[in-house]
Design a protein around this ligand. Structure first.
Ligand SMILES: O=C(O)c1ccccc1NCC(=O)[C@H](O)[C@H](O)COP(=O)(O)O
Length: 216
C-alpha cells in the first residue's frame, strides 16, 4: 500500500518524515485558504528532500501550476477542484508529471461523471466532500467504493487515522485498484505539522495487517 502524507511545509518536520517514515509521497498544498498552505516559502528549501512531491491545487491557473511544478520540483499534481478534462489535457501538453484527480464524495458516487477522466489521469483520489475542498478530517462511506468500475488505481483519503490500518487492508483485499492512502489532519500536532511517531505507528500497523491478511 502506497502512503502519501499531505499538508507538509516545515523543513525539519519533512526531514524527520523522510528519515523515519519514508512515505511514498509527500503533499505540498498550494491553495491559499488552506491552513496548510505552503505560502511563499523559498522553493529551494525543499530541494534537498528526496521524497516524491505532489502539489495540491484547487482550480488554480494553469500557469501557476506549471510554475510550481518547475520551481518546487514536483513529481505530480493532485487536482482538488472542478478541473475539467480540457484543463488536464492542456496541463499534460506542458508537463509530464503524474496527475491525480480528486473526487469529493458526498452521499453517493456517480461513476459516469468520473469516466471521462479515466484515460487522462494516473489515479483517482477519493476524499470526503467539504466546502474547504480538503482536510475535513472526516470519513466518507467507503461502501460506495465497493462497485468501483475502473481499472485505474485510486487512493483513499478523508479523515484516515491510526485506527484504520486493518480496515484499509480489508478494503484493499476486496478492491485491488485501491493502491494507496493519503494521510493528513488526523496525524497533526497543528495544521501543517505532522506527528512523526503516529505516522511511524500507522505504517507499522499497515504492514502488520498486510502480513496477517496475506497469511490467512
Ligand atoms: O488539507 C487541506 O487543508 C486541504 C485544503 C484544500 C484542498 C486540499 C487539502 N488537502 C488535500 C489532501 O490531500 C488531504 O490529505 C485530504 O483532503 C484528506 O485530509 P483529511 O481529511 O484531513 O485526512
Amino acid at each position: 500500500m502506497l502512503i502519501k502524507v499531505c499538508g507538509m511545509r516545515d523543513l525539519e518536520n519533512i526531514q524527520n518524515l523522510q528519515a523515519r517514515v519514508q512515505p511514498d509521497y509527500m503533499g505540498l498544498i498550494f491553495y491559499p485558504p488552506s491552513p496548510r498552505y505552503v505560502g511563499d516559502k523559498d522553493p529551494g528549501v525543499y530541494h534537498s528532500i528526496q521524497l516524491r512531491k505532489v502539489g495540491v491545487f484547487v482550480d488554480e491557473e494553469l500557469e501557476k501550476v506549471l510554475d510550481r511544478v518547475k520551481t518546487y520540483g514536483l513529481n505530480g499534481v493532485q487536482l482538488h477542484g472542478k478541473e475539467s478534462k480540457d484543463y488536464i489535457l492542456e496541463l499534460k501538453k506542458h508537463t509530464n508529471v503524474f496527475v491525480w484527480k480528486v473526487w469529493s464524495v458526498k452521499e453517493e458516487l456517480n461513476w459516469e461523471s468520473l469516466r471521462p477522466y479515466e484515460e487522462l489521469i494516473d489515479a483517482f483520489l477519493f476524499d470526503t466532500f467539504t466546502e474547504a475542498h480538503g482536510g475535513s478530517g472526516k470519513l466518507f462511506n467507503w461502501q460506495l467504493l465497493a462497485n468501483y468500475p475502473f481499472d485505474k488505481p485510486f487512493f483513499l483519503s478523508g479523515g484516515l487515522s491510526l485506527t484504520h490500518a486493518a480496515e484499509i487492508t480489508q478494503l484493499k483485499s476486496k478492491i485491488p485498484q485501491l493502491v494507496g492512502v493519503d494521510l493528513n489532519s488526523k496525524f497533526e500536532i497543528s495544521p501543517g505539522l505532522k506527528d512523526i511517531e503516529q505516522l511511524v505507528a500507522f505504517k507499522n500497523s499497515l504492514l502488520n495487517t498486510e502480513i496477517n491478511e496475506g497469511s490467512i
